[in-house]
Design a protein around this ligand. Structure first.
Ligand SMILES: Nc1ncnc2c1ncn2[C@@H]1O[C@H](COP(=O)(O)OP(=O)(O)O)[C@@H](O)[C@H]1O
Ligand SMILES: [Mg+2]
Length: 220
């Protein structure tokens, strides 16, 4: 077994809605090994985004434990190095060009140097956007924006990428291409991937398929 990159044990999360308790996660267990890709499917509202927030260390569970490469604390700087995140709505900064958006990931860690600029340009070339480096993100198509977001997620050579329905806002062909790219780059760089998706064909492309149902992860 490869090194454990992400471990979740008995993770629970409940939201209060008025005076009603909504138990969204009821004891999630998950292990992701270095370089492994895992897909998570589940009905809308089943708690997939809630789970990814916890897996990213952006929110804390009510109960249970999480560990990233064996350590229980991410912290902002460590998270910036360890994790890349790809969202459904891209979340690029519209006033910045593609290269500057990719470099945003590195700015969290410190000043940008020539090597960082070269890496950003190399990644943009890898995602097929060498000619678009200076386009504002608002001038890019949805598929191109998501390619920039994939390059941004890879900028700091993370051990793990979390992707929350990354093709949810894309047409079918564009979405297929983004998934091929994401899986290909993760395989090439031995980056672990947790892919939340509604698309059964995309889910089948990962090493392992899970489903979030009634607040727990089961084999899909
Ligand atoms: N901050 C919150 N406060 C209250 N309820 C929430 C909050 N975040 C999510 N929920 C509820 O938790 C459930 C799961 O949401 P979510 O994780 O976004 O599901 P999914 O991503 O699978 O569609 C939904 O019923 C949603 O309304
Ligand atoms: Mg969601």
């Amino acid at each position: 077994m490869n090194e454990a990159i992400l471990t979740a044990r008995g993770v629970r999360k409940t939201f209060m809605s008025g005076d009603r308790r909504l138990e969204v996660l009821a004891g999630v267990d998950l292990d992701v090994a270095a370089g492994e890709s895992v897909s998570i499917r589940g009905e809308s509202g089943s708690g997939k985004s809630t789970l990814l927030q916890l897996l990213a260390g952006l929110d804390a569970p009510d109960a249970g434990t999480l560990a990233w490469a064996g350590e229980s604390d991410t912290g902002t700087a460590r998270r910036g190095r360890f994790l890349g995140i790809v969202f459904q709505s891209f979340y690029l900064i519209p006033e910045l060009n593609a290269r500057e958006n990719v470099l945003m990931a590195r700015r969290i860690l410190g000043p940008i140097d020539a090597a960082a600029r070269k890496r950003a340009d190399d990644l943009l070339a890898k995602v097929g956007l060498a000619e678009r480096a200076k386009h504002l993100s608002s001038q890019l198509s949805g598929g191109e924006r998501q390619r920039v977001a994939v390059a941004r997620a890879l900028m700091n050579s993370p051990r793990l990428i979390l992707a929350d329905e990354p093709t949810g806002n894309l047409d079918e062909r564009t979405g297929d291409a983004v998934i091929e790219l994401l899986l290909g780059l993760c395989a090439e760089t031995q980056t672990a991937l947790v892919l939340v998706t509604h698309n059964a064909a995309h889910a089948q492309k990962t090493h392992r398929q899970l489903v979030l149902r009634s607040g727990i992860l089961v084999h899909g």
